[in-house]
Structure formats: structure tokens, C-alpha cells
Design a protein around this ligand. Structure first.
Ligand code: KG4
Ligand code: ZN
Length: 368
């Protein structure tokens, strides 16, 4: 087991979707210090296609990875040889991008003789509250991104219990599709949130799927069909989509997503509190965690149920490599041997191997 007091410094590499990222993170007594964090988005390359094109993503990662790694090391003022290890996302994600990252990391590790840790991208998101806030295990995590949506009890760096998740679209996907249906730019989340701020969330009452069923599973695909119908009705009435209609549709949609997330979080909290955690906490991560009204609903729920609410800063909610470096630090600290098997690039890699597999696929490929 590595001495927990030793300030490990790791390079992290992330390329599982449409962001090429590298970061250097040093472990502190509580949490970590981000010495550098570079993220190069491929959004422009995919914009014309209405979604991430895996082949374009893989090629762009392969072109940019070396540069981004060099920039991250230079900005941190840390030479490759001064690192303790390299951590790389080895799944789940779009396989071409994951392979690009793993190959780059392997080359660096071979050349420098540094240990190489394969990190689960979802573990990166799920462990972020420990990087930023030094949160104690076990905590409850709501992971809500463009590709994933699940409740996890995080009991250790490699100890996750999934309480439930989406059975179809992830909320970020639903935000993106809503934006597309309403002629708003991608990524849809921030655009829909900005429109919703001008709208009346009570005008359209969109469905709250699966609230009538027990458990923490969620569904968001029906929401976009309901939105499409409401949009068409507005357009038929006015001969086009009026600004106020668009804002009200966004507000109604966002309200429905927030209501489902809040109600399912309430149920997840009940299950989590049965473990009698010493310092109960709910943390939220992933791109959708950037949404102000959703955060506010979760904060209110935590105030009511006596949990601490933690949401990482926005730049750490969306994909980044600091979370990968941090997950690598946690893995080494836990004494997990960086085994070669971890370095197989995996398109699908559930955090809780005992849970029933989620069906369908998201923007990052198969759901985990
Ligand atoms: O975590 P992330 O960067 O990538 C994935 O792992 O998917 O999340 C990106 C997703 C996109 O679908 C984007 O529309 C959504 O997060 N998102 C938001 C907001 N900002 C980003 N959704 C709702 N409100 C936001 N403010
Ligand atoms: Zn992600």
C-alpha cells in the first residue's frame, strides 16, 4: 500500500468522447491540487453532423493528444520524469478515442519507465468530489451527463453500488435533442437553460416518466416526443415557433427533468441513509450538473433531508483529465496494482459489475 501522506503527482489523459484532455494533479492531505488542466473540445468538428462521429473523434484525438500532454506538463512546470505515474481513461467510451489515449499513455510510460494506471471514465466523474472537497466515503453520487445517468453509492475508489439509472436516454442527450428540435445550438444543455430562464415552466406540463414505479430507474426518451408534439402544436397555431413558445417549452422540459431527478434522488437518499453514513452527502457530477435550476432542486432536497450537497465547479463537471489523474491517485493509494488488464481499451465498463446491465446506447456508445 502506498503511503497516503506521500504527495503523489500524476499525469491524467482523457479521450473517451469529444474532448481531448490532459492534466497534472498532486495529491494533498485532503483532496488534490490541480497543477494544470487542458481540454481541447472537438465540438466544431462534429457540429455539422448533429452528434459525435466516432471516426472523426478518434483521428482528432490521435492528432491532439501529444500537444495537449506537452501543454499540461509545461503549464504545471513538472517534467515527465518527476511524475509518480500516468493515468489514462481506458473505458467506457467511443473505442477509437479510448484506444488513442491508451496508446499515447503506453508510449509515454514505456519511454519514461513510469507506472501506468487504467481509469474508468465514470469513476473519474464519481471520485471528483474527493478531489475538490475531500468528501468521505461512503457518499451518494448522481452522475448525469450526455452519455450516462445513474445513482451510485461510492464506498471506495473501486467500490460502487448502483441504485438505478436511465433505461433509455441520458438527461444530457435529452437536453441536446430538445435544443435540436427547437433550433438551438449544441451542446444543448446551456442553450436550453438560458432559454428556460426566460420561460414559464408551468405552461406545458410534460410527463414525469417512471415516477409511478418504485425504485431509482429513470427514463427521458418519452419527454422529447412530448416536446416535439407540443412544439408542432405551437407552430401550427402561430405559423412558426414564437420566441415565448420556445422559452416556455424549454422551461417546461427543464422542469420535468429536474422533477424526475429530484424525486428519484429522494428515493436514492433513503436507500443510502440505511447505511448510516457518518457524514451523509450527495454529490452531483457530469455535464448536466452544471444546470443551475437542477442544482438548486438537489440543494433544497439535501437541506430537507440533512445531507451535505456538493457540486464540483463547472469545468470539473464536464469531461476533463484532472478527474482521471485523481482517480489514478486514488487507485494507487488503495494499493491496487496497476495491472495490464486494466489497460485493455473497453467500450463498456460498468462501475458496479453486480448490477443489471443498462440497455441502449448513448452518445458515448454503449451504456455502462
Ligand atoms: O459530462 P459531459 O461533458 O460529457 C459526457 O460524458 O457526456 O456532459 C455533456 C452533456 C451534454 O449533453 C450537455 O448538453 C450537458 O452535459 N450540459 C448541460 C448543461 N451544460 C452541459 N445540461 C443541462 N444544463 C447545462 N447547463
Ligand atoms: Zn463524462
Amino acid at each position: 500500500m502506498t503511503d497516503p501522506a506521500r504527495p503523489l503527482t500524476l499525469l491524467g489523459i482523457e479521450s473517451s468522447c469529444d474532448d481531448t484532455a490532459a492534466a497534472v494533479v498532486r495529491a494533498g492531505a485532503q483532496g488534490g491540487e490541480i497543477l494544470s488542466s487542458r481540454v481541447v473540445s472537438q465540438a466544431d468538428l462534429h457540429a455539422a453532423f448533429g452528434g459525435v462521429v466516432p471516426e472523426i473523434a478518434a483521428r482528432a484525438h490521435a492528432e491532439k493528444l501529444d500537444i495537449v500532454v506537452e501543454q499540461a506538463l509545461a503549464e504545471a512546470g513538472v517534467a515527465l520524469g518527476a511524475l509518480d505515474a500516468i493515468a489514462v481513461t481506458s473505458g467506457p467510451g467511443l473505442i477509437g478515442g479510448v484506444i488513442s489515449g491508451v496508446m499515447c499513455a503506453r508510449g509515454l510510460a514505456l519511454g519514461s519507465g513510469l507506472p501506468l494506471v487504467g481509469v474508468n471514465h465514470l469513476a473519474g466523474h464519481a471520485l471528483t468530489p474527493r478531489l475538490t472537497d475531500g468528501l468521505e466515503f461512503p457518499y451518494l453520487m448522481l452522475l448525469v451527463s450526455g452519455g450516462h445517468c445513474q445513482f451510485l453509492i461510492v464506498s471506495g475508489p473501486d467500490d460502487f453500488t448502483r441504485l438505478g439509472g436511465t433505461i433509455d436516454d441520458a438527461p444530457g442527450e435529452a437536453f441536446d435533442k430538445t435544443a435540436r428540435l427547437l433550433g438551438l445550438p449544441q451542446p444543448g444543455g446551456p442553450a436550453v437553460e438560458a432559454e428556460a430562464a426566460q420561460g414559464d415552466g408551468t405552461r406545458f406540463r410534460f410527463p414525469r416518466p417512471l415516477l409511478d414505479r418504485p425504485g431509482c430507474d429513470m427514463s427521458f426518451s418519452g419527454l422529447k416526443t412530448a416536446l416535439l408534439r407540443a412544439r408542432d402544436a405551437c407552430m401550427a397555431e402561430a405559423g412558426g415557433l414564437r420566441r415565448q413558445d420556445r422559452a416556455d417549452l424549454c422551461a417546461g422540459f427543464q422542469d420535468a427533468v429536474a422533477a424526475v431527478l429530484a424525486e428519484k434522488s429522494r428515493r436514492a437518499i433513503t436507500a443510502y441513509l440505511a447505511l448510516a453514513p457518518a457524514a451523509p452527502a450527495l454529490a452531483v457530477a457530469g455535464g448536466v450538473a452544471a444546470n443551475g435550476p437542477i442544482r438548486a432542486r438537489l440543494q433544497a432536497l439535501c437541506d430537507e433531508t440533512g445531507l451535505t450537497f456538493t457540486a464540483p465547479p463547472l469545468r470539473l463537471c464536464t469531461d476533463n483529465a484532472a478527474m482521471i489523474a485523481w482517480a489514478g491517485i486514488e487507485t494507487l493509494r488503495a494499493g491496487v496494482d496497476p495491472t495490464p488488464e486494466q489497460l485493455v481499451a473497453r467500450p463498456r465498463w460498468p462501475l458496479d459489475s453486480g448490477a443489471t446491465p443498462m440497455l441502449g446506447s448513448g452518445k458515448k456508445g454503449a451504456k455502462a
